[in-house]
Design a protein. Structure first.
Length: 525
């Protein structure tokens, strides 16, 4: 047997080569990899010795040769192929170990130039990988250091690799090449050659996702579904979670769980979010998980039945016992105490997810566990946009009324605004003391959302006197403002920007309430 090794990332390669040598497998390698293996005392043959042709063009051409690709592509079960190898003095290559130039890492650098990117486009590597993967019945191809231990273990145990292993390696290889080519396409089709700038959205979008699991069905039983993750998932995102117990997650479970998790992780202090049908029906802050849950549940106990519950802090046994008193579909948190886990074992049908929180600060939205781009499928197309990661600060607020909000009201306004960002439009959210008191979501009329929010509070037995209200978009007329003030609100936050802003401001002054403009809209459809 003979192995050809040509890697850019040399992680674990010396150990792999040593193990292959110990198994009696001959080693052929290129450039820096060959030099490294020789320095470690391994008998390695340079590719140039095999091809009889030196590397040239600064290493651009070294493996593009019949003596390489013939050895990879020849079918061992076709006599004519084997005769051709003998006639031309070509040895078979039975194992290929290749990883590619670091194109993705290169173009991710802020100072990357087009020339840098072009020089990091691998040509020989993908060509060899495709040849080996095409001939998977006879050749094994390794494209990731994570594959080394499994392959070595099987070789040591059986002296060869099974068909299923070689096929799985071939599939992984074609996936790697597909992702690599997609990254090149995305980058190059975003470049403006005239000035060297990059467009935010490339001329061709090539998404890469990895399937995590097939689902029993989709949004409805007659639909089929599967759950995928990004090729490089953001830290602290839902797909990084581990299910600790409970039934298999459904399509709707996952969609609602994501809505709850994205909302709860936006808070810096202990918080609980309860979601039903993609909308927060209760959100609250507290000194701990138990307190936050009690307050969140109070908002809308009826809707919380069969809901999705997320915490951004450890769930202790008190919180677990309280949650366990109602029907819960999914429970998520960054950690669970040992006692809490014992409590939850008594609720075996509850799907419990452990999801690490992202770092509170980071260099990018991705580092903070946020999507960078959002995508919506339409008929034969996609809508793409940068994700709504805007975070409002106190300094952003503009008071537009005679009445000034108090310091406590300002904090509640920021809380209400953060919740409204995760409520389907049109969104109206009443809040007080770090607790939602009424949520109106997804109505065609902002006026109806305001009415529904107040009705929800009434049904829950919660007073709206002295509350603050967040509206995800401007009030087009004063009637919406009158509804929330009639319900008890004394302070309102909205984006502003309507041609009737002054009419609404005058109405707020007339009613004696404070109003601030955020200058930012948070539509969520």
């Amino acid at each position: 047997m003979q192995a050809l090794i040509s890697v850019s990332d040399k992680t674990g390669i010396v150990e792999l080569a040593q193990a292959l040598h110990d198994l009696g497998i001959g080693l052929v390698s290129t450039g820096g990899t060959a030099k490294l293996l020789a320095e470690k005392g391994l008998p390695v043959k340079e590719v140039a010795e095999v091809t009889g042709f030196p590397e040239m063009l600064d290493g651009r051409v070294k493996t593009l040769h019949p003596k390489v690709h013939g050895g990879l592509l020849a079918r061992r079960d076709v006599p004519e192929h084997m005769a051709a190898l003998v006639a031309h003095g070509i040895d078979t290559i039975d194992l290929l170990v290749v990883n590619l130039y670091p194109f993705v890492a290169t173009v991710a650098k802020p100072d990357c130039t087009l020339e840098d990117a072009i020089e990091n486009i691998d040509i020989g590597g993908p060509a060899m990988v495709r040849s080996a993967a095409k001939n998977w019945k006879d050749v094994a191809v390794l494209t990731d250091a994570g594959q080394y231990p499994t392959v070595l273990s099987e070789l040591k145990a059986n002296g060869k690799l099974s068909d299923s292993t070689r096929f799985a390696l071939a599939v992984a290889a074609f996936n790697a090449i597909s992702n690599y080519d997609a990254a090149i396409s995305d980058y190059l089709s975003s470049i403006n050659l005239e000035d060297g700038t990059r467009a935010r959205f490339s001329a061709q979008a090539n998404a890469s996702f990895i399937k995590l699991q097939d689902l029993r069905y989709g949004e409805n039983p007659h639909q089929q579904a599967a759950f995928y993750r990004d090729l490089y998932p953001a830290p602290g995102s839902l797909v990084t979670g581990e299910q600790l117990q409970g039934k298999e997650l459904s399509y709707n479970n996952i969609a609602d769980a994501d809505a709850a998790w994205e909302c709860v992780k936006s808070f810096d202090t202990p918080a609980c979010v309860i979601v039903k049908h993609a909308n927060p029906c209760g959100v609250a802050l507290g000194k701990d998980a138990f307190t936050a849950y009690q307050k969140a549940f109070q908002t809308d106990p009826t809707s919380a039945f069969g809901g999705i519950i997320a915490f951004n802090c450890e769930v202790d046994h008190l919180a677990a016992e309280a949650v366990g008193k109602q029907f819960v579909e999914v429970l998520m948190a960054p950690s669970f105490s040992a006692k809490a886990q014992e409590v939850l074992k008594g609720k075996p049908n509850v799907r419990v997810l452990h999801i690490p929180m992202p770092a509170p600060t980071g260099n990018s939205a991705w580092d903070r566990g946020q999507n960078i781009v959002d995508v919506k499928r339409i008929g034969s197309g996609l809508l793409m946009q940068t994700a709504d990661n805007h975070e409002l600060q106190l300094s952003d607020l503009k008071v537009v009324t005679n009445v000034q909000p108090t310091a406590e009201q300002l904090q509640d306004l920021l809380f209400a605004w953060k919740v409204a960002k995760f409520v389907k439009s049109n969104a109206i959210v009443f809040c007080a003391n770090g607790q939602t008191r009424g949520v109106g979501a997804g109505q065609m009329s902002r006026l109806d959302s305001a009415r529904i929010a107040s009705i929800k509070a009434e049904h829950a037995g919660l007073s709206l006197q002295g509350t603050v209200v967040a509206s995800d978009a401007f009030f087009p007329f004063r009637d919406g403002l009158d509804v929330v003030v009639d319900a008890g609100a004394t302070c309102v936050i909205q984006p502003g920007g309507s041609m009737r802003d002054q009419e609404v401001i005058d109405a707020a002054n007339e009613r004696g309430v404070a109003m601030v403009f955020s200058g930012v809209r948070h539509f969520r459809h």
